[in-house]
Design a binder for this molecule. Structure first.
Ligand code: AMP
Length: 150
């Protein structure tokens, strides 16, 4: 068994996995839930980051949270969508990493999250790393290892 510290896969800088901020769909805390739902449905994403006007990460908003906020006592109340803002519903407690976090940390956070937000040391949002990118990389790495063992 290879020594874990020497394991090349764990030394991989996380930078190469980041989908940069400009390519990440996002909303702002004072956007309406209606706007956020449109962005989520049009993009096909389950959840997206919430950034303020200075590109600082403030939360995450998901389709499930928006649908949940529409549930009234006995029926759906879609009129709530334009009365409620993203900031009232978004999650503010979530796992996030800094730009120099080790691969291992991002991988362990991805167990429970389909994507992880990355910030720089000034707290500005740099982008996201998706679980699918990490798995694709690991899959490729394992195939390479197998080839070299033959
Ligand atoms: P994927 O692994 O590409 O299916 O993405 C998993 C999740 O990451 C999506 O459902 C979104 O919540 C988020 N995501 C991926 N790419 C983007 C993007 N460009 N903008 C915003 N969120 C994204």
């Amino acid at each position: 068994m290879q020594n874990l510290q020497e394991c090349h896969v764990l030394q991989q800088p996380i930078e190469s996995f980041i989908i940069s901020a400009e390519e990440v769909a996002h909303v702002q805390p004072d956007n309406s839930l209606e706007h956020a739902l449109l962005v989520l449905v049009k993009s096909g994403y389950t959840a997206i980051p919430v950034l303020d006007t200075s590109f600082k990460l403030r939360g995450l908003i998901s389709k499930a949270q928006i649908l949940d906020s529409m549930i009234g006592i006995e029926k759906l109340e879609p009129e709530r969508l334009h009365k409620t803002s993203v900031g009232d519903v978004m999650s503010i407690s979530f796992q996030c990493v800094s730009e120099d976090a080790p691969f291992e940390k991002v991988l362990s956070y991805s167990i429970n999250n389909p994507f992880i937000c990355v910030e720089n040391h000034q707290g500005s949002f740099l982008g996201i790393i998706t679980r699918s990118k990490l798995l694709a990389y690991l899959n490729g790495y394992l195939h390479e290892q197998k080839k070299h063992q033959k």
